[in-house]
Design a protein around this ligand. Sequence first.
Ligand SMILES: O=C(O)CCC(=O)C(=O)O
Length: 264
Amino acid sequence: MLTRSEIDAFVENGYIVRRGALSQTDIRTYRSAIDRILHKCRVEGLHADHLRYIDGERDDTWGVNNIFHPSIREQALVDALAHPQILDVIEALIGQRLKYHLCTLLVSSERKPYHINWHRDSAPDGEVPLETLRSRLRSHVQLNGALYDDETLYIVPGSHQRELTDAERIVIQQTPKAAMPNQFVVKLKAGDIVFYNSSLLHKGYNPTDSKRQTLHYAVLTAPSEGEPPNPESPTSQEWLNDPIFLGNLPERLKPLFDNWLKHG
Ligand SMILES: O=C(O)CCC(=O)C(=O)O
């Protein structure tokens, strides 16, 4: 499914782009599903606690979290995680023992400009010990799957496997939206998918307010077979434990959610 050089590039640079991964039919199906979700969120006022808000004020949104919540769930977007152009790539990058992590949408805001700070997902200030970064080279995959042309994701290639430079630290601390040395804009056409390491320094910026509907999913490696289930897990996202949801999962996704339910 992936060439050795694609896997090496994911480890070395922290990302790979797969061009034309989604067909025109996929794009149409996912766009319609997202239109229905956005109508529920923006017009009917559903799911308000799960939206990503500009400046924290609940008047404009740039993303929808927890899209498998029953109030907005669209089976096509559940099935999308099992799309061979997504799941086969994830397996090639990090192996077959997988755990669901998140399924989210990134969308263009309606009124306010979208520009978020440089960060690593696990550390908004970017400060993560080298040993931790190195342990995460093949521990997870995050993806942005574009349904419209999307030039919103800015990254610093290679930054996932090293600590911040002094220049990067100054940007994050003093001007966290400003240009970063060696920044790179990930330019996606509709149907392209970028698979990346979420420890990369990255930010989102949509200077032209261009229309955006992008799948933003992430999967982790699961703990090993012998690892005992977490007795506490999981209390959040209780809807993922719903037999109807679990019964309708594509077969290939069942172990990912089973591992989420076992280990949180
Ligand atoms: O807009 C984007 O593509 C980046 C989103 C992002 O950085 C995040 O969800 O943490």
